[in-house]
Design a protein around this ligand. Structure first.
Ligand code: NAX
Ligand code: ADP
Ligand code: MG
Length: 282
């Protein structure tokens, strides 16, 4: 195995594109988050809010009907489109052409949701981030990866990774299998963990930010929002992956002296996104 390249501040600075003073919301990218089901609308809220707070101009969130008021009240800046089903997603229809889509947090694995994911992948042309239950559904239907655009970013945690690539007996086998998966399906795999690695075919990157404060519900949902936002702003997927993972971890490093490990939550990541971006702006 090649030794990984480190994602340091210097690397993040090379990738980061400061906001153009003459830009407007129509140029900053329209991102779509497809997330949530009954009891897990919080995943949609977290991903949408982090998406909006990472620089894209417009965010539309697609949710089952039960999430409508929750979303609109939690984040008035985000637009919503609802499924015809109350509790889970069954038919993804978007009245817009998004610059990027993040799909999966909290969607569950109902049969209707599986069919909706298949139909969505058939028609989607936008750059994609695939997370959580969308990964779990794909893991049971690997042939659907034919429909997944090249350089799609997958964000599995270790259990989701195991569902995709099967069990491993050593770290080196885990990396070999993930590299083979990335090459076979032409996808970028963000292997979330402590630390997070990014596999882009045979290239391996290791993140240098983040700490155990991130071991809290919804941390991954927030990462999905950040990555989708960066894609919508036109970052190439491999750069979006590196910068997004770096900023996500940096929020925890910046917050830790104030929050300690215990009181840090996924919402704290969102709260510190501004400070994390500012670290790159000087
Ligand atoms: N507020 C909300 O609405 C939330 C919704 N969530 C959604 O809930 C659904 C279920 O997600 P889960 O990830 O909980 O369920 P999963 O069944 O996919 O994963 C949980 C399993 O993975 C293992 N695991 C997770 N991270 C690991 C790590 N770093 N190392 C080793 N093992 C690890 C756990 O021990 C557990 O066995 C997803 O759709 C997710 O997006 C969660 O994000 C939590 C918050
Ligand atoms: N001990 C840790 N150190 C650093 N990062 C961590 C640690 N534990 C979790 N994380 C990060 O938190 C996130 C958890 O994602 P995930 O398991 O998908 O959460 P959820 O599904 O609850 O949103 C990942 O980005 C992971 O790298
Ligand atoms: Mg997750």
């Amino acid at each position: 195995m090649k030794s990984p390249y480190l994602i340091t501040k210097e690397e993040a600075l090379r990738v980061y594109k400061p906001v153009n003073p003459h830009t407007h919301k129509g140029l900053q990218g329209h991102a779509v988050i497809i997330a949530g089901s009954y009891g897990k609308i919080g995943a949609a809220v977290l991903a949408s809010k982090s998406c909006l707070k990472s620089g894209c101009g417009l965010v539309t969130t697609f949710i089952p009907k039960c999430g409508y008021q929750i979303l609109q009240i939690s984040i008035p800046e985000v637009m919503t489109v609802t499924d015809e089903n109350t509790n889970f997603i069954t038919n993804i229809h978007l009245p817009l052409i998004p610059q990027a889509v993040g799909i999966g947090p909290g969607i569950g694995k109902e049969l209707g949701t599986q069919k909706a994911l298949f139909e969505f992948l058939r028609i989607n042309k936008a750059p994609l981030v695939i997370d959580a239950d969308a990964l779990n559904i794909l893991a049971e239907n690997l042939s659907w990866f034919e429909l997944v655009p090249e350089n799609t970013i997958l964000t599995p945690h270790p259990k989701e990774l195991e569902r995709l690539i099967g069990k491993w007996n050593s770290d080196s086998e885990k990396f070999q299998k993930t590299i083979a998966f990335s090459e076979k399906y032409k996808v970028i795999v963000v292997m979330k963990g402590a630390p997070t690695f990014i596999i882009n075919k045979s290239e391996i990157y290791q993140n240098t930010t983040g700490n155990a404060a991130l071991a809290t519900a919804g941390s991954g949902d927030v990462l999905t929002g950040i990555l989708t936002s960066l894609l919508a702003q036109g970052y190439e997927p491999k750069y979006a992956a590196k910068l997004g993972v770096y900023l996500h971890g940096l929020t925890a490093d910046l917050a830790l002296p104030k929050t300690g490990y215990e009181s840090f939550t996924a919402s704290t990541i969102i709260k510190y996104l501004g400070k994390a971006f500012l670290e790159l702006d000087n």
